[in-house]
Ligand binder design. Structure first.
Ligand SMILES: NC(=O)c1ccc[n+]([C@@H]2O[C@H](COP(=O)([O-])OP(=O)(O)OC[C@H]3O[C@@H](n4cnc5c(N)ncnc54)[C@H](OP(=O)(O)O)[C@@H]3O)[C@@H](O)[C@H]2O)c1
Length: 278
C-alpha cells in the first residue's frame, strides 16, 4: 500500500508541476485530466495514474475515487487545484462565463471534497494524518478590477477552507489554503484570450491597458515550482500554517488588505494605469 495524493487539474501549470514534485518525493499521484491527451508527459511516469474527470461532473469524480479505492492505495492528501480565471467587467461578462467561474472553482471543489472525504476519513482511522490543500489566490485576499468574478470565487475558496477545517477538526483532517500571487502558467494567456466582455461597450478602451497589465504581472510571477514546494510543505510539515500566501512581496498584499477600501481603490487604479500589479 502506497501513500497517494489526488491533485485536480494536472494538464498544465501548477497542477502539472505539483504532480511531478510529489512523484519525485515518493508519493503515488492521482491526477485529474480532461480528454485523452491531458496527462501528457505525466502518463509515462511511474507512480502516476490519470483520472478522467471534469470537476463539474459528479459521476466522473466518483468513478475516479472508486479507482483509488480499487487500487488499495492510502489517500493521504487532496490538492484542489483545478481552476479557471474569467476576465471581464461584472457589467458585461456573460452569464455562461460567470456561472462557469463558480461551477469550476467553487462547486467543483466542494464536489471533489465530498467524494474524496470518505477515503480521507478512512486514512485517519488507520492512524495517518490526511490533509486537504485548496489552491486559493491573492485574489481571494484582494480584488483587482476586471477579474472580480474570479476574485469572488477565490474569496469563496478561502471561506470554504476555513469552514471545512473547523468542521473536520474533530475528525483530525487538516484543511489548508495555499494562495499564490502571480505564477508563470498558461492561465494568463487563457485570460487574455477572453475579450468578448470588453467588445463594443464602454469598457472597450480598458483592454489596451489590461493586456500590458496582465503581461507585466505574469512576467514578474514566480515559477510554478515555488508553489509546488509550498503545497508539499502544506501536505507534509509537522505543524503547517492554515493559510499560506506564495508571492513576491506578499507582505505588501497583506498590508494593503489592512488599509481603508478607498485607499485600495486608488492603489488599483494607479497600478492599472502603470501596468503594475500589486
Ligand atoms: N497562475 C497564477 O498566477 C495563479 C495565481 C493564483 C492562483 N492560481 C490558481 O492555481 C490553480 C491552477 O492554475 P494554473 O495557473 O496552473 O492554470 P492552468 O495552467 O490553466 O491550469 C488549470 C488546470 O485546471 C484544469 N481545469 C480547468 N477547468 C477544469 C474543469 N472544469 N474540470 C477539471 N479541471 C479543470 C485545467 O485542465 P484543462 O487543461 O483540461 O482545461 C488545468 O489542468 C487555479 O486554481 C488558479 O486559480 C493561479
Amino acid at each position: 500500500m502506497q501513500d497517494s495524493i489526488l491533485v485536480t487539474g494536472v494538464s498544465s501549470g501548477i497542477g502539472l508541476t505539483t504532480a511531478k514534485y510529489l512523484l519525485d518525493r515518493g508519493f503515488h499521484v492521482y491526477g485529474s485530466v480532461r480528454g485523452d491527451a491531458g496527462a501528457g508527459e505525466l502518463a509515462e511516469k511511474p507512480g502516476f495514474t490519470a483520472l478522467q474527470f471534469d470537476v463539474r461532473d459528479r459521476d466522473a469524480i466518483r468513478a475516479g475515487i472508486q479507482r483509488i479505492l480499487a487500487d488499495g492505495n492510502r489517500l493521504v492528501g487532496l490538492v484542489n487545484n483545478a481552476g479557471v480565471a474569467i476576465t471581464g467587467p461584472v457589467e458585461t461578462v456573460s452569464e455562461v462565463e460567470y456561472r462557469r467561474q463558480f461551477e469550476v472553482n467553487v462547486f467543483g471543489l466542494v464536489a471533489v471534497c465530498q467524494e474524496a472525504l470518505p477515503l480521507l476519513h478512512a486514512t485517519k482511522e488507520a492512524g495517518f494524518e490526511p490533509r486537504i490543500v485548496n489552491i486559493g489566490s491573492v485574489s481571494g485576499y484582494l480584488t483587482s478590477p476586471f477579474t472580480t468574478i474570479y476574485s469572488a470565487s477565490k474569496f469563496a475558496v478561502e471561506a470554504l477552507t476555513d469552514g471545512l477545517r473547523r468542521e473536520l477538526l474533530p475528525f483530525g483532517i487538516d484543511v489548508i489554503s495555499v494562495a499564490p500571487g502571480p505564477v508563470k502558467t498558461p492561465i494568463w494567456k487563457k485570460g487574455r484570450e477572453q475579450k468578448e466582455a470588453f467588445q463594443n461597450n464602454r469598457y472597450s478602451e480598458m483592454l489596451d491597458k489590461l493586456d500590458p497589465y496582465t503581461e507585466a504581472a505574469e512576467a514578474d510571477g514566480v515559477e510554478p515550482e515555488v508553489v509546488a514546494a509550498a503545497i508539499y510543505e502544506a501536505l507534509t510539515a509537522k505543524d503547517p500554517q492554515p493559510a499560506v500566501l506564495v508571492m513576491k512581496k506578499g507582505w505588501m498584499a497583506k498590508l494593503l488588505k489592512l488599509t481603508p477600501k478607498r485607499f485600495q481603490d486608488r492603489f488599483f487604479v494607479k497600478r492599472l494605469a502603470e501596468n503594475r500589479r500589486y
